[in-house]
Every structure is written in structure tokens, then in C-alpha cells.
Design a protein around this ligand. Structure first.
Ligand SMILES: [Zn+2]
Length: 127
């Protein structure tokens, strides 16, 4: 996905690890995000302990009988919750405008313009 900022810069959403992209979990979504994900992870662990691992995987992946590691399943549980509850946020690297997704997985954004000059790299992890 890509979109044009009001300044003309093209904001591109391609790989992961983008220094101008983030995700917002709204306070009212925390419970859904963490609690439901943790419950689902617990159900997966229980299915493993009861010898129903592959049946559980088939159900979680909507009928697909995949060969996924345990950590891959747990990761997918949190990824799914993230898509359902999180809002993508992007910053234009040219002018600093912030674009926050209106609804989870909507690709419709609300734009905010910074009022201070120290906006560069606000979403970047300093390594
Ligand atoms: Zn811009």
C-alpha cells in the first residue's frame, strides 16, 4: 500500500521494520487485544496437552492443515489480534504529518500536522 501525503511525498507501506510506521492499540482495545490473545494461546496449549494440536490448528487457520511451529501459532494469534484491534500509524518523512488509521484494517486515515519542529523519527526505534 502507498498513499500521497499532502506535501507530495509518497508514504509506502511495504516490508516490516519501517522507521515511519507504528501501531496503536487504543486503551479501550487493550482487553480485547491482550486478554483474548492470551486466552486463545492458552486454548492452543491445552489442545497440545490433550493431543488435539492439529485439529486446533485446522480450526484456527480456517480449515487449512498447516505445518506451523508452536511459536508461529502464538505469533499468528497476536498478529490476528493486532489486525483486529490495532490502528496503523504512519509519519510522512518529508513534512512530519501523522496519519492514523480510522478503523482497524480500514486503510482510511486521519491526518495530523506537527506543531513542533522536533518530529523527525518519532516512530523510529533508536538502536
Ligand atoms: Zn508530507
Amino acid at each position: 500500500m502507498k498513499f500521497k501525503c499532502r506535501c507530495g511525498h509518497i508514504v509506502v507501506d511495504r516490508d516490516s521494520d519501517l522507521p515511519y510506521k507504528g501501531e496503536i492499540i487504543r486503551d479501550q482495545s487493550y482487553e480485547d487485544f491482550y486478554e483474548k490473545s492470551s486466552l486463545l494461546a492458552g486454548e492452543f496449549i491445552k489442545a497440545i496437552n490433550e493431543g488435539r494440536r492439529q485439529d486446533w490448528i485446522k480450526s484456527f487457520y480456517e480449515g487449512r492443515d498447516l505445518n506451523v511451529s508452536d511459536s508461529g501459532v502464538i505469533s499468528d494469534i497476536y498478529c490476528r489480534a493486532s489486525v483486529e484491534n490495532g490502528l496503523n500509524i504512519f509519519q510522512c518523512e518529508s513534512c512530519g504529518r501523522i496519519f492514523i488509521e480510522k478503523h482497524s484494517d480500514s486503510n482510511a486515515f486521519v491526518c495530523f500536522k506537527p506543531v513542533s519542529d522536533d518530529w523527525k523519527g518519532v516512530l523510529e526505534v533508536k538502536k
